[in-house]
Design a protein around this ligand. Structure first.
Ligand code: SF4
Length: 467
């Protein structure tokens, strides 16, 4: 038995239900979760009903032996705080305790197989090395297939449009309340934090407003942003024998921060606001902060690009940001590496969707929709996962690899799949699809917007009741 085979058995539900924990407590699995093929727990968004009838939702981790939890360092890793169930082939009486101190129920899966142990080999004659499935098709897959061909794709695009409309409404409100330049600054900062650090980046841009940095040198801007973000002094203890380049960078940042800190000391973010676990080295917040500092002189040009609809101009301004130290370092103490752009292709693409196109909706209104229907975007993990659920395969058809279609897939995932604790059985999205696809009038956002909101609300009410 390999760990990947055990994961596959779990994914394919080859176990009795309810299960018994190693303490003899019954629990009923409701949904096994989404198979995570990258760093972090093996399955996310799993749900089970505990012996008190309460639904527990979170991640599931799978090991051959219970002691692997500790051997793999999960007891020290905050990403594993979300684990609600530890599934092991063999329990060796080692308790499972997360970094936050929670004791996690453990189940010895070898006791609950629905097939004879000697038949297991035939289940994995040639386990594919790649690609492993992301998710099983959800209930909405059938409703999607039943919808008339011409409506089917449009429905997802409508959902994508609604998602972008929601974003544009938020940005327009922010423009009104803090002005266009500051709202642009905040949106750029949020883009630097996409994924795990959006909130601290937003807080940073609100605490150090763009207008307050104008007139300072690039080093001073960087020192103020690093200082207010809470990255000084914790992250600036240089190792002995550090290169002269590191010493120069650290010294110049310190000199500037030393002078400026009295003005900013009341605004410093707590260091624990940042998530550093699981963040790829080139995406470390310190590098993004260095990028933000370099964006200040470009704000006027970026605003012009947004107002005039200059997408390539917008991309160019974000792509060519130079910081000699942070282009080749991931942390203060990392070894110098081959230079890498401060904002990579993926980050610029995300900013293009969430800032450039959202701004275009504010500027040009509904006419933007027709551009987004045809504008291409490479699928990512989230859109492939969503498509596996509704489309039944992870391969999004090439002609649907567009911004609007994939925004629709992300909206479906966030508004429904991530809220669901019933393994689809009580999700209102399949009903919404059936309802919309029989509309006699052509689909439009005004037609489906209220029904869509009602469908989301019904799912959330359901979740609240259950939890
Ligand atoms: S939870 Fe809802 S939207 Fe997600 S796969 Fe299931 S039925 Fe589809």
């Amino acid at each position: 038995m390999k760990e990947i085979e055990l994961q596959k058995l779990w994914f394919e539900s080859w176990f009795k239900n309810p299960l018994l924990t190693t303490e003899g407590i019954p629990l009923t699995i409701i949904q096994p979760g989404f198979w995570n093929h990258s760093a972090g727990p093996d399955f996310t968004h799993a749900a089970y009903r505990d012996s008190a009838g309460k639904i527990q939702t979170g991640a599931v981790e799978i090991h051959l032996e219970a002691s692997d939890w500790k051997n793999h360092g999960h007891h020290l890793d905050e990403r594993y705080n979300s684990v609600i169930l530890h599934l092991v082939w063999k329990s060796n009486s080692e308790p499972t305790i997360t970094r936050s101190g929670t004791v996690i129920p453990q189940v010895e899966l070898s006791r609950f197989l629905t097939v004879a142990i000697e038949d297991l080999n035939s289940l994995f004659p040639e386990l594919p090395s790649s690609p492993l499935p992301l998710a099983k098709p959800g209930l909405c897959h059938q409703s999607f297939l039943k919808a008339p061909e011409e409506n089917r794709w449009k429905l997802i695009e409508e959902v994508g449009w609604l998602r972008l409309l929601r974003k544009s409404k938020r940005l327009a409100l922010r423009q009104k309340s803090v002005g266009r330049s500051q709202s642009l600054w905040e949106a750029l900062a949020e883009g630097c934090g996409y994924g795990r650090n959006l909130l601290p980046f937003r807080a940073l841009a609100q605490r150090v407003r763009a207008g307050e940095l104008i007139g300072y040198s690039a080093t001073t801007r960087k020192a103020i942003l690093l200082g207010v973000s809470g990255f000084l002094p914790q992250e600036i203890h240089l190792e002995k024998n550090s290169s002269s380049e590191k010493q120069h960078e650290a010294q110049s940042i310190w000199e500037q921060w030393w002078r400026a800190q009295s003005l900013w000391s009341h605004s410093i973010l707590p260091f624990h606001a940042w998530t550093l676990h699981g963040v790829r080295p080139w995406n470390r917040p310190e590098r993004r902060i260095a990028a933000l500092a370099r964006l200040i002189p470009r704000l006027r040009s970026l605003k012009e690009a947004l107002q005039k609809g200059g997408r390539l101009h917008f991309q160019r301004d974000l792509a060519h940001l130079h910081d000699p130290f942070w282009e080749s370092h991931t942390t203060w103490n990392s070894m110098p590496q081959k230079p890498s752009p401060l904002l990579g292709v993926e980050r610029i693409r995300d900013l293009e969707i969430n800032l450039y196109w959202v701004w275009q909706i504010i500027e040009k209104g509904a006419s933007t929709q027709s551009q987004l229907i045809s504008h291409r975007m490479t699928p990512n993990h989230k859109t492939k996962l969503a498509w596996a659920r509704i489309g039944g395969t992870a391969e999004i058809p090439p002609e649907k690899q567009t911004i609007l279609f994939q925004q629709g897939l992300i909206a479906m995932l966030q508004d429904f799949c991530f809220q669901d604790v019933s393994n689809c059985s009580r999700c209102s999205f399949p009903h919404w699809i059936s309802q919309q696809s029989v509309q006699e009038k052509p689909l439009s956002s005004t037609l489906c917007i209220e029904d869509y909101r009602a469908a989301i609300k019904s799912n959330i009410n359901d979740l609240e009741k259950e939890l």
